[in-house]
Design a protein around this ligand. Sequence first.
Ligand SMILES: Nc1nc2c(ncn2[C@@H]2O[C@H](COP(=O)(O)OP(=O)(O)OP(=O)(O)O)[C@@H](O)[C@H]2O)c(=O)[nH]1
Ligand SMILES: [Mg+2]
Ligand SMILES: [Zn+2]
Length: 293
Amino acid sequence: MQEGIIVKGIGGFYYVELQNGELIECKARGKFRKDNITPLVGDRVYIEKINNSQGLIKEIKERKSQLIRPPVANVDQVVVVFALKDPDISFTLLDRLLVHVEEKDLDCLICLNKSDLDEDGKFEKVYSIYTEAGYKVIKTNALKKEGLDELKAFLKGKITAFAGPSGVGKSSLFNSLQDKVKMETGVISEKIGRGKHTTRHAQLIRIDDETYLVDTPGFSTLDLSFIEPNDLQYYFKEFRNFIGQCKFSSCLHVKEKDCAIIENVEEGNICRIRYNNYLDFLNEILENRRNTR
Ligand SMILES: Nc1nc2c(ncn2[C@@H]2O[C@H](COP(=O)(O)OP(=O)(O)OP(=O)(O)O)[C@@H](O)[C@H]2O)c(=O)[nH]1
Ligand SMILES: [Mg+2]
Ligand SMILES: [Zn+2]
């Protein structure tokens, strides 16, 4: 058996890169289907070759992590990509994505792309909200390859997934960071002002021995219903400093008396946009529970 990593999966075929760089088209053993295990991009696997270019996945190594959206295994961290314009930033989607990242306890960097289109100081605004919440935030221009040094430094030695809505420039960034594969990039639809879901499948590439990048399809919704109502507060990073300071230990920070989170929103220590998203998400989670019970 030979060891490799799944770099792409399409229609029941998995493309496995072996340690010597060879790319083998594989099917998964029937046993996986029976056990309800789907091999994922990023999975480290053992394969048996059938011939020079084809093989069978025999074994999947235990996963270090597993993201649901995008569906990739073993990533260490996420670059959350949004565009400063075309399409406009959705703060709801950005915070949803950050909740997913925090729930998986992954490291993350917020990358605001299309810096050339930022006319009204959007970057400064978003930068201040999210650095105050405890995130690293950078701006890039994928087409002119500007702002990539900080991004490259973040990627070094790690497996990183690029995640974000369609049309923000994930594949363009991917292309500007390496010469090995050229991902297809799309245009923004004039009619709907959004991307057209150019990337259809997650794809992993190895930049050097220890550095891997995963380009993924854009998305426009993210489900939060799997999150426990009481856990959500921890996935808003900046809340953590104040949790435990509320009058009631079971405080969900909605309208309880002497709530430290609400006080800090009022004092300007917690961003109100983020807090309002917290309330919306909490409502959505509670609502969902009422409906499925
Ligand atoms: N002005 C400007 N345009 C950019 C920049 N980066 C990407 N684009 C353009 O934005 C469009 C969408 O880029 P993609 O790289 O396909 O976006 P994506 O995030 O991969 O989209 P999906 O694959 O659909 O999820 C393309 O027309 C790119 O040329 C940038 O920094 N500035
Ligand atoms: Mg793409
Ligand atoms: Zn509270």
